[in-house]
Each structure stands twice: as structure tokens, then as C-alpha cells.
Design a protein around this ligand. Structure first.
Ligand code: F6P
Length: 341
């Protein structure tokens, strides 16, 4: 059996741990051969491969990024893209594919499966917004990076009596903002699922200043005010139709300064949240996902994604994972509101 492996979408700490586990178990236990596809779906689309054997995965467990490279190439948008992938897989003698990615990469995996390709998915995203898994790997690392940054912002905010805003990733789901904000004691957390009332945010900021403690506002990049309250920036679209976000932190700072007369400054964590070495939690989760993904290939259980439910790794249909995003439920946000202001 020859198995192809690819990593697609935004990179994420733990990708290499998955690749290592897939290859180690695949070679040692099942006697499989592997082909690495370069840069997400671009690899199978263009037949761009790299060697993937036990030697190639030595030492990569703690390394961030992905040894296979990644991209947001969307083969469904390319004329004849699905057929080209099928032809290239056949030409390379690849019997099955393991696709490691988020909603976009796994959405393509699902369409390929519906077109007869033998594919198994592994859920990856720092955003933690994939359904049918309690956690995606990479999320814990991103939250810890953001938490540490917010801890540092606290001390400097207090020294200068400033409002400091920390903008974190999270396009449609505010998981990183919620967890990092809760872990680091944010004054207020703003997430895409809950349009915010700028009057209320200003109220929280002012009440925090009254207690002689500097406010920290954690805002997800996709958060937005109630319609008409503030001007929000939009950007260009990527191949999957997502707007390139960024800018809500700066907008908020300007608005808070205007309304409170206090200095407000923004730190955008950006790709720092995705870079570097994974936490122990993510290494273990990614490794377990890899081991179970190659088991699914061995069982010929295609069209599935491995997921974490409780402490068990389960298999779910790719459709269950990609039909809709896992957003922050109202009750989880309500829990955090106790600490606002
Ligand atoms: O999906 C992961 C993610 O990091 C999102 O949180 C963020 O909106 C997006 O990727 C940014 O993508 P890029 O690095 O391509 O701009």
C-alpha cells in the first residue's frame, strides 16, 4: 500500500507530529510506503511530491510548521482539478490519501471522497472551530502563546495606566480569545459570535481604571460591533473566499481613546500564535490523531476524519466535521462575562 500525506491551509503547531506518527506506524506496523505531497492540495494537483520515510520524519516531533509545506490552493476552483488529482494519484501509484487540515482542506477531502478517492482526514487548526472533535491540535499552543502575551501586557499596562488591546486570531469562532482571555484574566473578551456594544466595552474599561487597575481587552480578529456603531475594515479574499482580516484592535483602540480620553494601544499577535514548537498537549493529540488516521487507512474506513471525543479518538464522517463550524456557545461566553469590568 502506498499512502499520500498532505498538510493544507494555515500551518499549525503539531503538523509534523501527525506526519511522524502516520509514517512511523504505517511503516513499522503495516509495512506501508509513503509519498509526501508538497504545499497542501497544490501537491496532488501538480504531482509535486517529496520523499517521506522514517528517516525523513526523524527529529520532527517538536518542530513547528510542516515539513511538507502548506498552501490555500483550492483544487475545486481549478478547472478539471478533481480529475487532475485522481490522475496524478493513479500515476504515482498512491492508493490512499491522508489530508491534514481545517474546514477548507477537509471540505476538499470530502469532495474527493465523493468522487471515489480513498481519503482520511485529520483535524488541524489553531482556531478549534471544527465540528465533531472536542479539540483540534494547535489550539492549545496558540492559547498558551496568547496567554503569555496577555500576562506580559498586564504588567506594562499597569505601569503606564493604559488600556491595552490584544488582537488574537479567530475569523468566525472566538475560541482562542475566550480561552486566552479567561486564562489571563482579561477585562473584556470580544468574539465574532457576539457582536459587541462599544458603550458597554467603554464602561468596562472605565470601571477597571476606577479600581486603579489597567484594562486588557482581548479581541478576536473576526469580532465586530453591533451594526452601525463603528467602521470596520475588510480586506481581499483568498482562494476559499475568506476575507483577510485584521484591524479590529486598532479600530477599538481609537474608539476607546476617543470615548474615555485614556491612552489605548493595540498588540496584534498574528502569526506568532501559529509559529514555533507545540505544547505537550498538542504533541500528544497530534500523535494520537496520526496513529488513528493510519489505522483508518488500514481498515479501509475512508471518507472519515479522526476526532477527539472526551479522551477517546473516534472516527466521524468528513461531512459531520465540515458541514458547519463549531462556534463558541452562548453559555461559554456567559461564564467569562462574570469577570468583565
Ligand atoms: O485558520 C487559521 C488562521 O490562523 C486563522 O485564525 C486566521 O484567520 C487565518 O488562518 C490567517 O490566514 P493567513 O495566514 O493565510 O493570513
Amino acid at each position: 500500500m502506498r499512502v499520500g500525506v498532505l498538510t493544507g491551509g494555515g500551518d499549525c503547531p503539531g503538523l509534523n507530529a501527525v506526519i511522524r506518527a502516520v509514517v512511523r506506524k504505517g511503516v513499522q506496523v503495516y509495512g506501508y510506503e509513503f509519498v509526501g505531497f508538497r504545499d497542501g492540495w497544490r501537491g496532488p494537483l501538480e504531482g509535486d511530491t517529496s520523499a517521506l520515510d522514517v528517516q525523513a520524519v526523524r527529529g520532527i516531533l517538536p518542530r513547528g510548521g510542516t515539513i511538507l509545506g502548506s498552501s490555500r490552493t483550492n483544487p475545486v476552483k481549478v478547472e478539471g482539478g478533481i480529475e487532475r488529482i485522481k490522475d496524478n494519484l493513479a500515476g504515482l501509484g498512491v492508493d490512499a490519501l491522508i489530508a491534514i487540515g481545517g474546514e477548507d482542506t477537509l471540505g476538499v477531502a470530502r469532495q474527493l471522497h465523493e468522487n471515489g478517492v480513498k481519503v482520511v482526514g485529520v483535524p488541524k487548526t489553531i482556531d478549534n472551530d471544527l465540528n465533531a472533535t472536542d479539540y483540534t491540535f494547535g489550539f492549545d499552543t496558540a492559547v498558551n502563546i496568547a496567554m503569555e502575551a496577555i500576562d506580559r501586557l498586564h504588567t506594562t499596562a499597569e505601569s503606564h495606566h493604559r488600556a491595552l488591546i490584544c488582537e488574537v486570531m479567530g475569523r468566525h469562532a472566538g475560541w482562542i480569545a475566550l480561552h486566552a482571555g479567561m486564562a489571563a484574566g482579561a477585562n473584556v473578551i470580544l468574539i465574532p459570535e457576539r457582536p459587541f456594544d462599544i458603550e458597554k466595552v467603554v464602561g468596562y474599561v472605565e470601571s477597571r481604571f476606577k479600581t486603579r487597575y489597567a484594562p486588557i481587552i482581548v479581541v478576536a480578529e473576526g469580532a465586530h460591533p453591533i451594526d452601525g456603531q463603528m467602521d470596520v475594515q475588510t480586506g481581499e479574499l483568498d482562494a476559499f473566499g475568506h476575507i483577510r482580516l485584521g484591524g479590529i484592535g486598532e479600530r477599538l483602540a481609537a474608539e476607546i481613546e476617543k470615548r474615555t480620553g485614556k491612552e489605548a494601544r493595540t498588540t496584534v499577535l498574528g502569526h506568532i500564535q501559529r509559529g514555533g514548537t507545540p505544547t505537550a498537549f498538542d504533541r500528544v493529540l497530534a500523535t494520537r490523531f496520526g496513529l488513528h488516521a493510519i489505522d483508518a487507512v488500514h481498515d479501509a474506513d475512508f471518507g472519515k476524519m479522526v476526532g477527539l471525543q472526551g479522551t477517546d479518538i473516534v472516527r466521524v464522517d468528513l461531512s459531520a466535521a465540515t458541514d458547519e463550524l463549531k462556534t463558541v456557545p452562548a453559555e461559554r461566553y456567559t461564564e467569562s462575562e462574570v469577570f468583565f469590568g
